[in-house]
Ligand binder design. Structure first.
Ligand code: FEO
Ligand code: CA
Ligand code: CA
Ligand code: CA
Length: 502
């Protein structure tokens, strides 16, 4: 049945078939523009677009769907294409600088020209880079404590995977697999693994790391409110056997406070999901010490709330949080307030293709302490997708899902039916709920990340990450996407997909 043709009346496209083509393949009637690629100059200062773009977020200028700022995460570097290999097991000072410079994020200004094509404006006053060298402040309960070795500030952000948008138009960018860069650069790793906040429009907004949201391999941050008006942030910890989290602020969101609402991310409670009981468990120092049950080593490690926030995963598992199959992106359905979690896969338990889990909070209240859950859609050759990762809703209640079968495993026969990684549209309501329809196929040895629509849904932004990742010899790359004339290597790039009618 794999690859059967499906026609969906409510979708605006005829699904494509899996392919191994070294291109972004789209249904008939759709095109894409390469907006910014690794190494492109983004502003008058000559700063350049970072490597391995991930999360994207569009911020309209004057409400426009054709002119705005695009925030883009840069997740990691490459020995083959960026720094060159280590020498005697270590990067040189210059390589470390490069390693930090290509990660973090970019603010770029983009606009559609007279032909409707998306272009980057390199004369922009807004465009800037935030990197592994840019100063940040630590905020919240762990800032300045012994748990972070007294630090109130941190050098830079890196390993920026997915993220989220606040209701006050700032970006939450998530530090995911921070360990290797911190080690390679000789930086204190308690300063990384946080959710960081940035205002793309305002360089005077203090760049901050929110310790109240815990320190782990942060995938994303999905923001909503409880029925009584407090802020909620759902988060995945992208590791095998790791928990699903939510944070609830102490105080309520007040629209008129604007960016002052950022303080809501500094005072609140972090919870981990116990799926066996359908309960959210509060990560308090008291709960953790009680669960330590007299174990000297644990009681030594967990003495303050800051210790809990810095060692979140260990604390969460100790109090009964459920280990899950690599929780990646989380989205709150704007239609019924159920929570969609991409559990990408976990070979430790034979979950090769992953699934999308759906939490239903009691009374549909994001502030509830109880929930039910179901497997909403399972990966595999029947459903047509494997390894769901980033998620994004459209206004027809479809869940746009990109996949991340790792490049190293794509030669195994269980992954053969899927071809290159892709993008799938999965209705969450109606007769076709849970069925996946392929919308896009990614270039060779890449994944598509960071789906984000313009408010009118006429453009879908996507970040094409790590094309040609399987390359061993830079002179003989496995992909040359985006195939621009003059390029001699593949380049991660952000694209705008057009062709949507509304
Ligand atoms: Fe960076 Fe979990 O993907
Ligand atoms: Ca991801
Ligand atoms: Ca998302
Ligand atoms: Ca992934």
């Amino acid at each position: 049945l794999f690859g059967r043709e499906k026609k969906v009346a409510s979708l605006q496209f005829t699904p494509i078939q899996p392919t191994m083509k070294d291109d972004v393949v789209l249904p008939n009637g759709f095109t894409y523009d390469v907006i910014a690629a690794y190494g492109d100059v983004i502003n008058k200062k000559g700063e350049t677009f970072g490597f391995n773009n991930d999360f994207t977020m569009y911020l309209p200028i004057n409400g426009s769907n054709r002119h705005g700022l695009l925030w883009v995460n840069h997740e990691y570097s490459s020995d083959v294409f960026v720094t060159g290999p280590k020498q005697n097991g270590k990067y040189t000072k210059k390589q470390i600088e490069k390693l930090l410079e290509v990660q973090g994020g970019s603010v770029i200004e983009i606009e559609r020209d007279n032909n409707g094509v998306w272009k980057m404006n390199t004369d922009s006053d807004y465009a800037r880079r935030i990197t592994g060298l840019t100063p940040f402040e630590l905020r919240g309960p762990a800032a300045g404590t012994e748990a972070v070795n007294g630090a109130k500030t941190a050098q830079g952000t890196f390993a920026n995977c997915s993220g989220g948008m606040t209701m006050w138009d700032t970006v939450l960018s998530c530090e995911e697999n921070y360990e290797s860069t911190a080690a390679d650069a000789g930086l204190d790793d308690t300063h990384y693994g946080w959710v960081v906040e940035i205002d793309p429009f305002d360089p005077s907004f203090t760049l901050r790391k929110h310790t109240a949201l815990g320190r782990f391999n942060h995938e994303n941050a999905a923001v909503g409110t409880t029925k009584d008006g407090r802020l909620v942030v759902y988060m995945g910890d992208d590791k095998k056997d790791a928990g699903v989290y939510k944070y609830i602020s102490k105080n309520k969101y007040v629209e008129s406070r604007g960016k002052g609402n950022s303080q809501l991310l500094e005072d609140g409670t972090l919870y981990v999901a116990d799926m066996s009981k359908g309960r959210w468990l509060a990560l308090t120092i008291d709960a953790v010490r009680e669960a330590a049950d007299g174990n000297e080593e644990l009681l030594e490690k967990f003495q303050t709330q800051a210790d809990v926030l810095v060692n979140t995963h260990e604390a969460a598992m100790l109090i009964g949080g459920t280990p899950t199959d690599r929780p990646e992106d989380v989205e709150i359905s704007p239609f019924d307030r159920s929570i969609f979690i991409a559990h990408t896969n976990n070979d430790l338990h034979g979950n090769i293709h992953g699934h999308i889990t759906r939490f239903i909070e009691k009374n549909d209240d994001l502030g509830s302490m109880e929930f039910d859950f179901e497997i909403f859609a399972a990966g595999g050759s029947q459903s047509g997708f494997s390894a769901p990762d980033n998620l994004s809703f459209d206004s027809d209640s479809n869940l746009w899902t990109v996949t991340d079968i790792s490049s190293g495993s794509q030669n195994k026969h269980v992954f053969e039916p899927f071809g290159n990684n892709g993008m799938f549209v999965i209705p969450t309501m109606g007769d076709h709920a849970g069925e996946a329809y392929q919308f896009a196929s990614a270039p060779v040895a890449s994944e598509m990340t960071g789906p984000w629509f313009t408010p009118d849904e006429t453009t879908l932004f996507l970040a094409v990450q790590h094309p040609g990742e399987t390359t061993e010899d830079a002179n003989n790359p496995t992909s040359m996407w985006p195939h621009r004339s003059g390029d001699n290597m593949p380049r991660p790039a952000v694209i705008g997909i057009r062709g949507f009618k509304y």
